[in-house]
Design a protein around this ligand. Structure first.
Ligand code: NAP
Length: 288
């Protein structure tokens, strides 16, 4: 399907997509593009890419599919570097965790969002980062959200959709703003809470003792605080309005719980926990 795939940012997500497409026999050649030759050499050694370029303009020459897989704060600079170098029939997409900021970055660089650009976001990942963490099966049975715009060509959209389907993903489409609101609630707020909890505990005088006695609940809740700080810094700033709205809602609920504790309102406390357990059980059973 793809003759030459170019992955800009060969880390966990870009590397996993390259591996998966190769494994599926869905692309003939993979060229990596990035800023660090040491990491790109590692990607060649691991068989993730066939060769690499450190100049994005050169890398995209002859490519029919280009995937931007850098942190969302680095998308604009990547767009600027590939502008004017894409082949006329090339399609390009991104994997960024926020969509409004990426679309705005594309608009700033290209004046209007090009018809060949399809904004996308695979809802898959781990707390690990870098090409060494890349795995071919990362997108199997996972959702990929595409947020096409009125400007997006039907042909480009179909190509990107097919690429993700070839690596086992279920592709869904939604609007840019809706994507960012939903992800602020389901992904961005939980990451912020995990980072904040670990940071609060780590700065307490008794932190050594606290971590020594931490059990599996703490491990489960804070796993995502092991994610890349740079990536999450970029996501938080890029989607700050939707995230601030979720922080406000969450803070209100936490304050109400504190009031219930202060007043020993046992019915309120039990009611909240029971309601939450019900929602969590339905989510676990795949019946939200
Ligand atoms: P990653 O493993 O850290 O890989 C990021 C890649 O981007 C690396 O190749 C890195 O190159 C490059 N890069 C970093 N900063 C850059 C900069 N300022 N300019 C140019 N290149 C830069 O991260 P990832 O988890 O694959 O995330 C990549 C994208 O996928 C992000 O937009 C993220 O929001 C999105 N995403 C992540 C997940 C997840 O769970 N991890 C899930 C869905 C979507 P170096 O080797 O030079 O550092």
């Amino acid at each position: 399907m793809i003759n030459r795939l170019v992955v800009i940012g060969v880390g966990l997500i870009g590397g996993s997509l390259a591996l998966a497409l190769k494994k599926a026999g869905a692309c003939r050649e993979v060229v990596g593009a990035g800023r660090n030759p040491l990491h790109l050499n590692k990607a060649v050694e691991l068989g993730v890419i066939d060769r690499f370029e450190t100049d994005i303009g050169r890398a995209v020459q002859g490519a029919d599919m280009v995937v931007l897989a850098v942190p969302v704060g680095a998308m604009e600079a990547s767009f600027a570097q590939l502008r004017g170098h894409l082949e006329p029939d090339a399609v390009f997409t991104d994997v960024g965790s926020t969509k409004g900021s990426v679309v705005e970055a594309a608009r700033r660089v290209f004046t209007q969002v090009p018809a060949a650009f399809v904004p996308g976001h695979p809802i898959a990942g781990t707390e690990d980062s870098g090409v060494a963490a890349a795995v071919a099966g990362l997108f199997q049975q996972r959702r990929v959200v595409l947020t096409p715009l009125p400007e997006t060509s039907a042909e480009a959209l179909a190509k990107v959709r097919e690429m993700w389907q070839r690596v086992g993903a279920e592709v869904v489409e939604t609007g840019v703003a809706h994507h960012d609101e939903v992800l602020a609630a389901t992904s961005h707020l939980p990451h912020l809470l995990a980072y904040t909890l670990v940071d609060t505990l780590a700065r307490m005088d008794t932190s050594e003792e606290i971590f020594r006695y931490a059990a599996s609940g703490f491990r489960d809740f804070t796993r995502i605080a092991g994610s890349s700080p740079q990536m999450w810094h970029d996501i938080c700033l890029a989607n700050r309005n939707a995230i601030l709205d979720m922080i406000r809602r969450f803070t209100e609920d936490l304050e109400q719980l504190a009031v219930a504790l202060r007043t020993e309102d046992s019915a309120e406390i039990l009611g909240r926990f029971t309601r939450a357990k019900g929602a969590r059980d339905r989510f676990k059973a795949g019946k939200p």
